[in-house]
Design a protein. Structure first.
Length: 455
């Protein structure tokens, strides 16, 4: 292995300052997640300002549908990353190489399946969400184009996941910065110059995603480091796949079921009309940006804990989890307060419609401070997945975000058909999830189970 290359492109998290490692890993990851989120946000901004309220509602309401399939795959990506990180921490180059070939082979299979499922399932999913008639046509157009090009997104996500597993978050960020700027340019070109409307923003998104996938594949194919992708050896190793699946399947199920639950939440929102839908879409975008630092640190903890469990250093894994929680909570509280105070000017960037703005501000101020609870359940869930325990976070999150939340919404909306009741559906799930996650982390003896897997 080329030691100079390793020094510049990978990070061994089993040694060195914990806080510096976490920050150095999380910041590029945060910026990468930020630019990835810009893909859909730019779509929302362009259609909201240049196409119309119905188009804004259509793009915003498609997010839960897209997330169902994408989140399932991301669960697989998390499992692959944990296995690759563990082999990297243990310096097992042969098994790590096999894991990379297996994950990329599976990615191409997922790309074909998701394209077929996504394109053919659009009408059913829109009916399930009780999408209003004035939004159905636009939403159908956007989703069918998006799912036609979803392979590009999957390939990029897996490729960048491989790099993150060995501590390299810088180069995936560089690719995303470039393609995100391209997406903005194409959005404006297709909508303003070519007059393609909502179809234009969908085409811009998939073209940009395909370019990011091509760039990541070139990088993986040409590197001389141990994570090199060798195309002639691309195959699915059943032993490695079993290891990945043991972590990936619970994570994928949890992500998918939670996203499906969000589709049901969207159906409650939809019952209040297209202005409420557009207002909720605006809030979701603000929510996603607020959640990005939390999510990024949770992903950093997964890699950190996984590498240190591979090195059998449980105490360092614990210290990293605690330090990550303290750092991200401090940041999250400050950001949430700024958003709460500045709700009016922030939401005005997405629409000029008075009714849409009223709903947007309502949702932001109801929910944004409660989002700090995400620091608890995301950091602890990330740590547990890093140990190889993905089942417990799955059970806890499904119980909180799906079962409990849906019971609350079903009962609450029938007692009082009021948007405040529906809007509080997210915080009520976060509260329960945080309580359950802390209890499990403290009393489950996860340390012994984690070490047993490395023998």
């Amino acid at each position: 292995m080329n030691s100079n290359t390793k020094k510049t492109t990978t990070v061994d998290m089993t040694v060195g300052s914990i806080s510096k490692l976490l920050i150095a890993y999380a910041i590029p990851l945060l910026l990468g997640n930020l630019f990835q989120l810009l893909y859909n946000t730019v779509d929302v901004l362009v259609v909201g300002n240049f196409v119309g309220t119905q188009a804004l509602a259509a793009v915003g309401s498609t997010t839960p549908i897209i997330n169902i399939l994408v989140s399932f795959f991301n669960g697989f990506s998390v499992g692959a990353g944990v296995v690759i990180s563990r082999y990297y921490g243990a310096h097992n180059e042969k098994q790590m190489h096999t894991a990379i070939e297996t994950t990329m082979a599976c990615t191409f299979v997922f790309g074909v399946l998701f394209t077929i499922i996504g394109v053919s399932g659009v009408p059913f999913m829109l009916r399930l969400m009780s999408t209003p008639d004035d939004v159905v046509a636009s939403a159908t157009t956007y989703l069918r184009i998006y799912f036609s090009g979803i392979t590009g997104l999957l390939v990029y996500n897996m490729g960048s996941g491989i790099l993150r597993a060995v501590g390299d978050t810088r180069r995936p960020l560089m690719f995303l910065c470039f393609t995100s700027v391209l997406n903005i340019f194409l959005d404006l070109l297709f909508v303003l110059a070519f007059r393609l409307g909502i179809a234009g923003v969908a085409y811009a998104t998939i073209l940009s995603q395909f370019l990011s996938a091509i760039l990541i594949l070139i990088l993986l194919s040409r590197t001389s480091d141990m994570y090199r992708l060798v195309w002639r050896e691309l195959a699915i190793d059943l032993h490695i796949l079993q290891q990945i699946t043991s972590i990936a399947l619970p994570t994928a199920i949890q992500s998918t079921v939670t996203c499906f639950s969000n589709v049901i939440v969207q159906s409650y929102i939809n019952s209040f009309g297209s202005s409420c839908m557009a207002g909720w879409s605006t809030y979701i975008k603000v929510d996603q940006y607020m959640f990005l630092p939390i999510q990024s640190m949770g992903q950093a903890v997964t890699t950190f804990v996984s590498q240190n469990i591979g090195a059998r250093n449980v105490e360092r894994a614990k210290q990293g989890t605690i330090q990550a929680f303290r750092m991200i909570l401090s940041l999250s509280v400050v950001v949430s307060l700024i958003i709460w105070i500045g709700a009016a000017p922030i939401t005005r960037a997405f629409s000029n419609d008075a009714e849409v703005l009223a709903y947007s501000r309502l949702f932001v101020r109801m929910n944004i401070l409660f989002l700090n609870l995400g620091c608890i359940h995301q950091i602890l869930a990330g740590a547990l997945r890093g140990t190889g325990d993905a089942r417990a976070p799955m059970i806890i999150m499904i119980s909180s975000f799906v079962v409990f939340r849906q019971i609350y919404l079903y009962v609450g909306s029938r007692i009082l058909h009021d948007i405040h009741v529906v809007g509080f559906g997210y915080p009520i799930g976060w509260i329960l999830c945080s309580i359950l996650m802390v209890s499990y982390y403290r009393f489950s003896h996860w340390e012994e189970k984690a070490l047993a897997q490395t023998r």
